[in-house]
Design a protein around this ligand. Structure first.
Ligand SMILES: [Zn+2]
Length: 316
């Protein structure tokens, strides 16, 4: 029984979104140290504000409109967070809290800076600690902190701003340990010997590369290992004109679906060794490995005649 493979895997990308009028006012308010909620038709104030009433689905912007609430409030529930990680609001252990701000009917999720879990309790009074540099983001509210003074008075802000924030970039990050399982482990172990191994479905005979352990069409487990390639055929491709962050590849370049000889579906890889505008469907390619690489760095033309369309059309 081979060793179970596992490795850390981080999926990370910036997500750019536009805000719409309600979220725009809320985040612009934070930049200006004002917390805004939205009033519903039955007189409740929702903080953070939403575009539509969660009960009646009415559009709220035109009903009660935006209303300022106080930067002080009450913890309604909490959870201690002993191990802060990248992207979380405080560098030291802290509590996640739901805070109902004075003047609001709903609670806002954020971090509470507190020395230990014994100092946190439902019902405790807190206030906003503002970030020194504010850009119109939820992190403009640095955190909450314990507070035993009177409720702060709102300034009477209307929610109208000059130069409102209209969009944000929200970094998304998934950081976890991935274990590929039996079928993909066989694939990865074969790659370490520069071989590509898929699995054949016992019912439809299709060879899956990389193997998933089962045929999604027939719904049966696959176990017969089949070596494919190393050569293959470009079945379709695209020309990449946008340079990816952290990828040292000059644009434009070609990314292609490549059906390795003997495989029942295409995998994808970069095409090199040929001008990008000469890559075509049917082009015959072979993998190029770099020293220490775990998978082919790219594929290059073999110099063979192009494959006939009929030989790969089923794989498109
Ligand atoms: Zn099948």
């Amino acid at each position: 029984m081979p060793a179970v493979l596992k490795a850390p895997l981080v999926v990370e990308f910036p997500f750019t979104r536009s805000l719409g009028p309600v979220q725009s006012a809320f985040l612009t308010g934070l930049r200006e140290r004002v917390v805004l909620g939205v009033r519903t038709g039955d007189g409740r104030t929702l903080v953070p504000p939403v575009e539509y009433d969660p009960v009646t689905a009415e559009e709220l912007r035109d009903l009660g409109g935006l209303v300022e609430v106080a930067p002080t409030g009450t913890v309604t529930t909490w959870a201690w967070n002993p191990e802060p990680r990248r992207g979380q609001p405080l560098g030291t252990p802290f509590a996640w809290v739901l805070v109902r701000l004075d003047g609001a009917d709903t609670a806002l999720l954020h971090a509470l800076d507190a020395p230990g879990p014994e100092t946190v309790h439902t019902g405790m009074r807190v206030r906003v600690r503002w970030a020194e540099e504010r850009t119109g983001a939820i992190t403009d509210l640095a955190c909450f902190e314990p507070y035993d003074g009177d409720p702060a008075a709102p300034t009477g802000h209307t929610g109208a701003f000059e130069d409102p924030v209209t969009g944000i970039v929200a970094p998304a990050r998934l950081d976890y340990v991935y274990s590929p399982g039996r079928a993909q482990s066989g694939y990865i172990n074969a790659l370490s010997g520069r071989r590509t191994v898929g699995e054949r479905c016992p019912s439809c005979r299709k060879v899956y590369v990389p193997p998933r352990g089962a045929c999604p069409t027939c719904g049966v487990a696959t176990s017969e290992q089949v070596e494919v390639g190393p050569r293959g055929t470009v079945t379709t491709y695209c020309i990449v004109n946008i340079k990816a962050k952290n990828l040292d590849i000059e644009v434009p370049y070609v990314y292609a679906h490549i059906a390795l000889d003997g495989a029942g579906l295409a995998l994808h890889g970069r095409i090199g060794g040929i001008p990008y505008d000469q890559v075509r469907m049917g082009l015959r390619v072979e993998p190029v490995w770099t020293e220490g690489g775990r998978y082919p760095d790219h594929y290059r033309p073999t110099g063979e005649p192009d494959a006939e369309y009929d030989t790969y059309k089923e794989l498109l």
